[in-house]
Design a protein around this ligand. Structure first.
Ligand code: PEP
Ligand code: MG
Length: 697
């Protein structure tokens, strides 16, 4: 138990907004926290209850006692003390109006972003609501008006992007503006409405017909346009329903409580300088997406929305999790200095790109990329990826009224396979639908616990055809690309799941072969190990498949029973927790027995400290966002196999993730320094040799 007394320096004490800020901050800790107004000798209040805190009547100058009891009591007390101490605290803290100047979140995607605040408010913008009208004439009027509005919105965004020289993004929006009023879609929608369809349904159906037409053409570029048609139709449909379809109008830092990955994917990249979220966690899919798009992000900052109220600009540091609201010039200079140091480190790491990843004493580790679509392939190749360890195919299914057709999928997979060629494999993961990536077209009821629900391979019972279509597309794409296909299933939990995967794979091949299409002999088949039962069953599962790929994001949430999207549980989401590491060690042992390789494709693989521990545990391959590969390669190059093994052995018996992280970073820092010294001494001895030569000559 920790208890402190502090004098409150907030101008307006703990009333209304500052009280809410205080309570949000208190709620982000697991400890029980009580607050007592010592000056008024008032009763104790629950610091996580806004009513309780406000009724304590705390004013500026009052002394309050904070008592915290629990695992994070020290951090809780320190953080709340800083908050109440206002400007005199170690950071800028709460200003005299009760607004927070600098707050802490959890780092989610590296980089620094400074820009105007653009707050995303989700009301009405998420889905598409069906609308009833009284006559076909009204339906027609609403369709045409919404199409014009959508076109005008898209055109004005495009103009703005052109002014900022983002010509590529502008072109896409200009094309979309044309599609919004394309007679082939609008007239067809009107015709459907005249035959009795509602306006939203009419637009979506008409657009789907056009999209399918485009997708059926054997041309990757046109397939991408099909996705645009669907995007535009969704926009028009939302406008008909009266929902906002807002996007930033200038390059901004997007601030929100929560943000669906599909929404971030929908925003033109040039307009999103950074993302700051009150909710979320570093392994939530929106954070993973931000990392892969190179957008700096900070998540799990409970005080964020209060802090930015009325603010014009915000600066975020995606590496430390700091958020500065209306930063002053000194803060901006400090951020720029920090970024310059990091940039130098990034450049040094990028210099190793031409080399295959290995430890200082030559143990090779395959570095692979995680991708979301074939358009990520060039970036992955440029980053030196030796293949793809995780193709998150569900991104092809997002933001759609119906699943992608087999032909659309063939185009996508074939493009990725051809980009990497026959030697560098592309592991295609069957769509991981469910969890935080729901697909409305499946028409499934909402589940109370979607991460524990009918997700991924569990959809096979009710949506067998969805998986068969995907597997047929993979067989066919591989046949056309002339490569051996690699596939894996997410959320495998039982032996029966693995057997079903093999059965579906073989059934899909039989269907493709029966149609007379050329088809490879075999499909390299793996399972993701991300559910504890699969880890426990590793020795048996290993006899059924060709490889394992450990999904540490889900494995951590399931081993520690902590929802990966819940910001209050951020401290339980570090995959370096010894309980997770012991699970991984057991999986490696199970795989070794059967002689199959083990990859890790969760976010831990892209974190240098994580990569070090994983290699020490005996993992063969690491698959991460392309942008992380330089950092891993550089980190591993500075340490030996023996050092990594010793690190991993120690980590298995450590008490918590923080200790493991500190130990791993310490080893990597020493490795980096040793490497730098080696470079300096080699260049010094080169110079010395040159001097000797010159004097001899
Ligand atoms: C994981 O769970 O670690 C993983 C790689 O899959 P996803 O993050 O897409 O759930
Ligand atoms: Mg997963």
């Amino acid at each position: 138990m920790r208890s402190i007394e502090v004098e409150v320096r907030l101008e307006s004490g703990l009333h209304a907004r500052p009280a809410a800020t205080f309570v949000r901050s208190a709620a982000s800790f697991s400890s029980t926290i009580r607050l007592e107004n010592v000056t008024l000798a008032g009763p104790e209040a629950d610091a996580k209850s806004v009513v309780g805190v406000m009724s304590a009547g705390v004013e500026k100058g009052h002394v309050v006692r904070i008592v915290a009891d629990g695992a994070d009591e020290d951090r809780a007390v320190d953080s709340l003390r800083r908050l109440l101490a206002g400007r005199d605290g170690p950071s800028r803290g709460v200003d005299s109006t009760g607004r927070l100047g600098r707050i802490d979140g959890t780092p989610a995607a590296p980089g620094i972003a400074v820009g105007p605040v653009w707050q995303y408010r989700p009301r009405g913008a998420g889905g598409v609501a069906l609308v009833t009208v009284s006559s076909a004439g009204e339906a027609e009027m609403r369709i045409r008006k919404a199409a014009d509005t959508a076109a005008a919105q898209l055109q004005s965004l495009a103009t703005r992007l052109r002014e900022m020289s983002h010509h590529g993004d502008a072109e896409i929006l200009e094309a979309q503006a044309l599609m919004a009023v394309d007679p082939a879609i609008v007239d067809e929608a009107v015709a459907l409405a005249r035959r009795g369809a509602g306006p939203v349904e009419a637009v979506l159906t008409a657009a789907e017909a056009s999209a399918e037409l485009l997708a059926a053409l054997d041309d990757a570029l046109l397939a991408a346009r099909a996705a645009d048609v669907r995007d535009v139709a969704t926009r028009v449909a939302r406008i008909i329903g009266g929902a906002h379809v807002e996007l930033p109008t200038e390059p901004s830092v997007v601030v929100a409580d929560e943000l669906a990955p599909s929404l971030l994917a929908e925003m033109p990249p040039g307009l999103v300088l950074g993302v700051a979220l009150a909710g979320g966690s570093p392994t939530a899919h929106v954070a993973i997406l931000a990392r892969s798009l190179g957008i700096p992000a900070v998540v799990a900052a409970p005080a964020l929305l209060d802090a930015v109220r009325g603010a014009a600009t915000v600066a975020i540091d995606g590496e430390t999790g700091e958020i500065s609201v209306d930063p002053d010039p000194a803060e901006l200079r400090a951020l720029a200095d920090r970024e310059a140091v990091r940039e130098a480190r990034r450049r040094a790491a990028a210099a190793l790109r031409g080399r295959l990843a290995a430890t200082a004493d030559g143990q090779r580790i395959r570095l692979l990329a995680n991708i979301r679509s074939s358009s990520d392939a060039p970036g992955a190749l440029e980053a030196g990826a030796e293949g793809v360890g995780l193709f998150r195919t569900e991104y092809l299914f997002l933001r759609r009224q119906s699943p992608p057709t087999e032909s659309e999928q063939i185009i996508e997979y074939r493009r990725a396979m051809e980009a990497f060629g026959p030697v560098r494999s592309v592991v295609i993961r069957l769509a991981d639908i469910g969890g935080d990536k729901s697909m409305p077209f499946l028409g499934r009821p909402d589940e109370p616990n979607p991460f524990l629900g009918v997700r991924a391979i569990r959809l096979a019972d009710e949506s067998r055809e969805l998986l068969l279509t995907q597997l047929r597309a993979i067989w066919r794409a591989a046949g056309l690309a002339g490569v051996t296909p690699h596939v894996m299933a997410p959320m495998v939990a039982t032996i029966a799941d693995a057997e079903m995967l093999r059965e579906l794979r073989d059934a899909a091949r039989t269907q493709v072969a029966a149609a007379g299409t050329a088809c490879p002999e075999r499909m390299v088949t793996g399972v993701m190990i991300e559910v504890p039962s699969a880890a426990i069953l590793a020795p048996e599962l290993a006899r059924l498949v060709d490889f394992f790929s450990i999904g540490t994001n889900d494995l951590t949430q399931y081993v520690l029973a902590a929802d990966r999207g819940n910001p209050s549980l951020a401290r339980l989401q570090d995959a370096l927790h010894p309980a997770v590491l012991r699970t991984i060690a057991a999986v490696v042992a199970g795989a070794d027995e059967a002689g199959i390789p083990v990859a890790v494709c969760g976010e831990l693989a892209g974190d240098p400290a994580g990569a070090a521990v994983l290699v020490g545990l005996g993992v063969d391959e690491l698959s991460a966002e392309a942008r992380s590969l330089d950092g891993i390669r550089a980190a591993l190059a500075g340490v030996t196999r023996g050092e990594l093994r010793a690190l991993a052995t120690w980590a298995l018996t450590a008490t918590d993730a923080e200790t493991v992280r500190a130990g791993a970073n310490d080893l990597l820092d020493r490795g980096e320094r040793a490497k730098a010294n080696e470079v300096r001494s080699t260049s010094a001895s080169r110079e010395a040799r040159a001097r000797v030569k010159r004097s001899a000559g």
